[in-house]
Design a binder for this molecule. Structure first.
Ligand code: MG
Length: 220
C-alpha cells in the first residue's frame, strides 16, 4: 500500500501562524483592510494573498525570510520523520505560504522531507510576484490538487485551518487541530485531534499502520 503523509506548514509545523504574522508586519495597512474581507469570504484567498504579496517591494524579501527563520516548530517533528523514514512513508509539506519562508524554517530537515509545495516567489520586479503550479479559482496553492497528483492509496493529512479543509476532506486519515476540527465536524468528516507530532506518531503506529484504523474510527 502506497501511504503518504501530507502536512500543512503554518500553524501546523510552526506553532504560530507565520504567514498572517508576516502580512501584518510587512503590509500593515493593506492587511488591516483585506484580512477581514478574506475571513468574511468576500475576497478569495487567491486574490487577497496576491494583492498582499504584490504590495511588498522585492527588496524586502530577505527581511521576510529572516522574520520567519526563528519560528518555533511544534514538538515531535524530528521523531515523526525518523518514524516515517523507518516505515518508508514519504512526508510531503504543502503550504499556502511563501516557499522561502517554509524552506528557511525546514532547512535543517530539508533532506528528510520528500517534497515541499508552496508559493513560488519572483523577486525580479520592483514588487514581489507569486505563482504556483497548482492554482485554482480560489487558492494560489490548491492543496487537494497537489495531494491528488501523488495517487496515494492512503493519504494522511495533518492540518489546522480552513485552508486545509479540501485536503482533509479528500484524505483517508486526518489529523486536525482547531479551527479545522470545527469545519470537519460540520461536514461529518472523521478526524483525529492532536497537539504535537508525538501524538501523530503514536496514533499512526497504534491504529493506522497496524491495519485497525477502520475499526478505531467506528469506535472513536
Ligand atoms: Mg495552517
Amino acid at each position: 500500500m502506497k501511504r503518504i503523509v501530507f502536512c500543512d506548514f503554518d500553524g501546523t509545523i510552526t506553532q504560530a501562524e507565520t504567514f498572517v504574522a508576516m502580512l501584518r508586519e510587512f503590509t500593515p495597512v493593506l492587511s488591516e483592510r483585506l484580512l477581514p474581507e478574506i475571513y468574511a469570504k468576500r475576497l478569495t484567498l487567491r486574490d487577497g494573498v496576491r494583492k498582499f504579496i504584490q504590495s511588498i517591494p522585492s527588496a524586502r524579501y530577505g527581511d521576510i525570510i529572516e522574520f520567519t527563520r526563528s519560528q518555533p516548530i511544534r514538538p515531535g517533528l524530528l521523531e515523526l520523520l525518523d518514524f516515517l523514514e523507518s516505515r518508508e512513508i514519504p512526508f510531503v509539506v504543502i503550504s499556502g505560504g511563501l516557499m522561502g519562508m517554509v524552506e528557511s524554517v525546514l532547512n535543517p530537515l530539508r533532506h528528510r522531507i520528500y517534497a515541499i509545495h508552496a508559493m513560488e516567489v519572483d523577486t525580479r520586479e520592483q514588487f514581489l510576484q507569486v505563482h504556483s503550479a497548482y492554482e485554482s479559482e480560489t487558492e494560489i496553492v490548491a492543496k487537494a490538487q497537489i495531494m491528488a497528483k501523488y495517487n496515494a492509496d492512503q493519504s494522511i493529512a495533518i492540518g489546522d485551518s480552513i485552508t486545509d479543509l479540501n485536503l482533509a476532506l479528500a484524505a483517508e486519515v486526518v489529523f486536525a487541530r482547531p479551527p479545522l476540527t470545527r469545519y470537519l465536524e460540520e461536514r461529518n468528516k472523521a478526524f483525529i485531534p492532536w497537539s504535537d507530532f508525538f501524538e501523530v506518531q503514536d496514533y499512526l503506529r497504534d491504529h493506522v499502520l497496524g491495519g485497525s484504523f477502520e475499526q478505531s474510527l467506528r469506535t472513536h
